[in-house]
Ligand binder design. Structure first.
Ligand SMILES: [Zn+2]
Length: 328
């Protein structure tokens, strides 16, 4: 190709700028456990700010972890491993979600069995609970015009608080009015818009002030038909365990040993390395792991890829019991 300065036309460079603009929110090659391309609607990842969300009900599909196909739901609860490999990809945790083998959980269990402290194990080897929803976001005109979207959020941050807030308090000895123990905020007829504030970043990320605003309109048939015919579990990507095994086959973390006082972790590291050199297979998984919730780190923008820049090691939020993992 010989030099020709005339190739740099205004049109060519305007097109290049336009292409860059249109792909400015792309997440690169970073993968997630949802097949975004196959979704019938865009994926919404919200960040800091005030949000107004209408939950649109759907039904469980063939891949739902616990409910029969056709069961009405408003959230799909799954577990994922965040930040695996050079692209910090997200993968579905097959162990915590389905009770099937998961190479990332195997890795975590191997380190635990070798004597590592829970807190010295990288967060990416622990699964975190996530909620996937069909929603209408009514934060601004652009979001309203976008219409139906799929929203994905940390269970710890959102669903945990939302379901708590939806509980209708009843005085001891009395029965709930209308027989409903929880507010049916996702009802197409009598639902509510959920208001909340998403504040802070990374470790300090939190959701505050969840409130219900009675919705003044009914969810149209066409929208319900879309969610009914497209169960969210249909879009889960079941990871190749061999690929995950390769992604987690990396040097043993030294956190405990480096921070002093953890002779135990040092010994555990030696034990694991010896086992790896001997070609020992990783111990099997011990059933659903569960309970390892983490807080996702929203990136700067309100509707950005919330976890794109997450330092997965930094978001562990201990304290939720495994019992909390029962899908709502
Ligand atoms: Zn797992």
């Amino acid at each position: 190709m010989s030099f020709n300065r005339n190739v740099f036309t205004d049109k060519a460079l305007s097109d290049a700028a336009q292409q860059s603009y249109e792909t400015r929110d792309d997440r690169g090659n970073r993968r997630t456990y949802i097949d975004i391309e196959a979704l019938p609607v865009p994926l919404l990842r919200i960040g800091n700010g005030e949000h107004y969300i209408d939950h649109i009900p759907t039904v469980a599909g063939e891949n739902h972890p616990s409910k029969a196909p056709g069961t009405p739901i408003y959230v799909l609860l799954v577990f994922s491993h965040t930040g695996l490999g050079p692209n910090r990809d997200d993968f579905l945790c097959m162990a915590a979600t389905y009770g099937k083998p998961c190479a990332a959980c195997d890795r975590r269990n191997m380190l635990l069995d070798a004597g590592f402290d829970w807190n010295d194990i990288p967060q990416k080897y622990k699964s975190s609970k996530r909620g996937v929803y069909y929603v209408l976001c009514r934060d601004n005109q652009k979001m309203v015009e976008t219409g139906l979207q799929v929203m994905e959020l940390s269970h710890y941050l959102y669903e945990h608080n939302l379901s708590e807030q939806a509980k209708i308090p009843v005085l001891p000895g009395e029965s709930p009015e209308g027989g409903l123990g929880f507010r049916p905020f996702a009802s197409p007829e009598h639902g509510d818009t959920v208001y909340f504030k998403h504040v802070g970043k990374q470790l300090k990320s939190r959701i505050e002030g969840i409130q219900f605003i009675p919705r003044k309109f009914k969810i149209p048939d066409a929208m319900l038909e879309t969610t009914f015919n497209n169960p969210l579990d249909r879009f889960l990507i079941f990871p190749d365990q061999e690929e995950i095994r390769q992604l987690v086959a990396e040097p043993i973390p030294e956190k405990g040993a480096q921070q002093g006082g953890s002779v135990r972790a040092g010994r555990a590291k030696e034990a694991v390395e010896a086992a790896m050199q001997a070609g020992a297979a990783a111990p099997g998984i011990g059933g659903p792991a569960g309970g390892d919730d983490q807080i996702p780190g929203p990136a700067g923008a309100d509707y950005d890829s919330a976890d794109a820049d997450a330092d997965a090691d930094g978001y562990f939020e201990p304290g939720l019991p495994p019992d909390d993992d029962i899908p709502f």
